[in-house]
Design a protein around this ligand. Structure first.
Ligand code: CIR
Length: 481
């Protein structure tokens, strides 16, 4: 079964409203092809063990999403889904027993659906072959390939007989980065890294051609290169117009945050602001410039939202945490502006007078209190409980990159011990995903009543790919808060 003639609602207006639909991509065989010499070019920090990342890690994510977003597919069937005879078929996008959920939506299957149209197969084969430098003969073979198989080839770079014809796109598991839902619009990314450009191409075809997005064709926003782009000197990242989804956060119905980071340039942020204002998508955009380094990559690697009055963040991006002013070194070495956090808030009718926030906490507090009308004081949970060196160690393994499945129920990696302690100190329950799933199956835990919970997800392999569950989700529909 494929998702062909459906159309549905797309709307996300906060980071924490109950999640109803999202795009995901399960680890495909391309992840098992990352080699050490290419790992860094392909933006992985290490090679991963495919079987473990699937069976012992990502499958739990799918099961948990299913209980919350599409329970009929899983409740009462867990033993059967997990049985040896089922052979994980529920989790394999190309298998007839695949879950095929319309709430937990697999990108590979959307791609297979659009490839049934011969003209799309032709255009996309030509485009992929152009960016990957394939031969013309290979291009003609692709056009003749069966759609499900072709979707796998486009993603994994591998033919049916396990022969590689181009590089995989292992980062497609981080669906957040390819596009972002902002109210009822979808903003497509413009990736900074070459390793992610095929993802963008495939997603552009899906958003513009798949029937589920048919009613939103006018609401899909693409960032153009301004005319000056072609005249700017050099090819440095800063001079380019780039934007990746991990740098965009829909924090309240009228307010979007955009990070300026290793991946999103100031030009990218500026073009995105113009698009959002011109199309009346929101009236307020805040640009958060974070230090430009690999560890930080996107703003969602240094902070995410947990509840309307609670955020998890890395203390070193806070201006209030600057070095001791009595230190002689402060007079001897001046901080590069690229190394500090800067916050400018633009409103539609006053772009020329941005409001400045002195610290990330001041901005997040303003969102909690003024945008989201929290009646409780704003709470901050710091990575590694704010203590060196655990703060940076745990940020590196995505302690700040949490996905809220509903307000106050967040998914994070099980390896960030000090951050987990900080959640407990702030009154949160902490539960391993296996225990939560068993509780949801036997009815002792309920998705409606569960509150203030950090769900610990197994992470030994996933964390080597350099992203957490916020990165591994592209929400399409959330309830209003
Ligand atoms: N939003 C995110 O921070 N996504 C994580 C992306 C990780 C991926 N390996 C990358 O470097 O692009």
């Amino acid at each position: 079964m494929s998702i062909k003639n459906q159309s549905f609602k797309v709307n996300v207006n906060t980071e924490i409203g109950r999640l109803r639909k999202l795009l995901i991509h399960s680890p495909d065989s391309g992840l098992g092809k990352v080699v050490p010499s290419k790992a860094q070019d392909w933006l992985f920090e290490d090679i991963v063990h495919l079987d473990t990342i699937r069976k012992d890690e990502y499958d739990y994510y799918i099961k948990l999403l299913m209980y919350f977003l599409d329970p009929d597919k899983i409740k009462g069937k867990l033993a059967e889904i997990d049985s040896e005879t089922a052979d994980r078929n529920f989790f394999k996008p190309d298998h007839k027993d695949f879950h095929n959920s319309l709430a937990v939506i697999e990108i590979q299957n959307l791609l297979a659906d659009i490839l049934e149209d011969a003209s799309i197969r032709k255009k996309l084969s030509a485009a992929v072959c152009a960016i990957e430098g394939c031969t013309y003969k290979r291009q003609l073979q692709m056009v003749e390939t069966e759609p499900k198989e072709l979707a796998k080839i486009f993603i994994s770079g591998t033919l049916e007989d396990d022969v590689m014809i181009f590089a995989p796109i292992p980062n497609l598991i981080f669906t957040r980065d390819v596009g972002i839902t902002i109210n009822n619009h979808i903003l497509l990314n413009k990736p900074a890294k070459k390793a992610r450009s095929r993802e963008t191409l495939l997603m552009r075809y899906i958003f513009f051609n798949h029937p589920i997005f048919k009613e939103y064709a006018e609401n899909i926003l693409e960032i153009p290169d301004p005319a000056q782009h072609f005249l700017r000197p050099g090819e440095e990242e800063e001079q380019r117009t780039t934007l990746e989804g991990g740098d965009v956060m829909m924090v309240s119905p009228d307010h979007v945050l955009i990070g300026c980071s290793e991946r999103t340039s100031a030009y990218g942020a500026s073009e995105a602001i113009k698009l959002l204002f011109e199309n009346n998508v929101v009236n307020k955009v805040t640009v958060v410039r974070i230090p430009n380094k690999r560890d930080f990559m996107h703003i969602d690697t240094v902070f995410t939202q947990v509840k309307r009055n609670m955020w998890v963040l890395l203390s070193s991006i806070s201006k209030t945490q600057t070095a001791n002013p009595d230190e002689p070194i402060n007079f001897l070495v001046k901080q590069d502006h690229k190394e500090v956090t800067e916050i400018h808030q633009f409103t539609k009718h006053k772009v020329q007078e941005p409001k400045i926030f002195e610290s990330i906490e001041a901005l997040l507090d303003d969102i909690s209190q003024n945008d989201l009308k929290s009646t409780e004081p704003t709470q901050f949970i710091y990575s590694g409980n704010g203590n060196f060196p655990y703060d940076s160690r745990e940020q590196w393994t995505d302690s700040c990159n949490l996905l809220a499945i509903k307000e106050g129920v967040v998914l994070g990696y099980d390896r960030n011990d000090k951050t987990v302690e900080a959640f407990k100190t702030n009154g949160f329950n902490v539960i391993k995903v296996k225990d939560l799933i068993n509780g949801l199956e036997d009815g002792s835990i309920n998705t409606v009543t569960i509150t203030d919970t950090l769900v610990l997800m197994p992470s030994a392999e996933l964390s080597r790919a350099r992203g957490g569950f916020h990165c591994m989700s592209l929400p399409l529909l959330r309830d209003d808060l």
